[in-house]
Design a protein around this ligand. Structure first.
Ligand SMILES: CC(C)(COP(=O)(O)OP(=O)(O)OC[C@H]1O[C@@H](n2cnc3c(N)ncnc32)[C@H](O)[C@@H]1OP(=O)(O)O)[C@@H](O)C(=O)NCCC(=O)NCCS
Length: 228
């Protein structure tokens, strides 16, 4: 296991492709997952199929892209859709195998399909749930305990169940400038001291100048792949 991936984690099945560094501390992964540099999970998160950008902060016990069950079959239980028993944690179980479906005449068509897409610089509060198929724009914030059922625009703060807008992080013109700058695609080590990121307008201006002169190089992180 590469040390570019920090923290203990469990990959149940699938593949994690991660830029360095990331911290997956005590979280559980299952599916096809990509994670951008500097993103980190607090403990106890569970992640399904997901694209997660750079510089994301994921609060403890957050669920991203949890599995969906068929609701139009006789039962929502996996015995109606998964003959292997893997998704119920009952592979090679005789009792399961005796009742498991042997064929599926109608397609399982859950409304929520696909991966969760999480942009760069997204902060997800503790115990939030990001459903499948949802896109969180760059710079979005998800409040603690939110259930996100719909796409969230870049730099929106959302909260509640279901999540609705609380406010914007920055005014419109600044949001446009930051999205145009795409600072997450550049190696910030090219920025000479002082590095005071709290003055956003000044930082956007300085980074913009460095980008134009070529002093700011593209970020080119190492990539690790884990499979299970
Ligand atoms: C959303 C959050 C970032 C605060 O954002 P904010 O814009 O400063 O919010 P405010 O405290 O000014 O509250 C604004 C409104 O949002 C509501 N709100 C704040 N947090 C909320 C939450 N978690 N869920 C639902 N609504 C919330 C407030 O009640 C308030 O509603 P009102 O306008 O009707 O009175 C913060 O509440 C939060 O959830 N932080 C996450 C902390 C966390 O989980 N950390 C884990 C470690 S990574």
């Amino acid at each position: 296991m590469s040390t570019d991936i920090l923290g203990q984690f469990k990959l149940i099945s699938g593949q994690i492709t991660a830029e360095a560094p990331v911290n997956l501390s005590n979280s559980i992964f299952s599916g096809t997952i990509t994670i951008g540099a500097f993103s980190y999970f607090n403990y106890g998160c569970e992640v399904g199929d997901a694209e997660i950008g750079r510089y994301c902060s994921v609060g403890q016990h957050t669920l991203i892209a949890p599995g969906e069950h068929p609701m139009q079959f006789l039962s929502t239980h996996p015995f109606t859709s998964d003959p292997s028993g893997v998704s119920a944690g009952m592979p090679d179980n005789d009792d399961y195998a005796r009742i498991a479906c042997t064929g599926i005449s109608r397609r399982n068509t859950p409304k929520r399909v696909g991966m969760a897409r999480i942009g760069h610089d997204v902060w997800i509060g503790a115990r939030a749930i990001i459903l499948r198929g949802v896109t969180l724009g760059h710079g979005a914030v998800v409040a603690a305990g939110a259930v996100v059922t719909k796409d969230v625009e870049p730099y929106r703060i959302v909260g509640g169940v279901p999540a609705t807008p609380i406010r914007w992080r920055f005014p419109s013109d600044l949001r446009i400038q930051i999205l145009d700058l795409e600072w997450w695609n550049y190696d910030l080590s090219g920025l000479a001291e002082p590095r005071d990121y709290s003055d956003v307008e000044a930082m956007v201006e300085r980074l913009g100048e460095l980008k134009i002169t070529g002093a700011l190089k593209p970020l080119a992180p190492r990539t690790s792949v884990c499979t299970a």
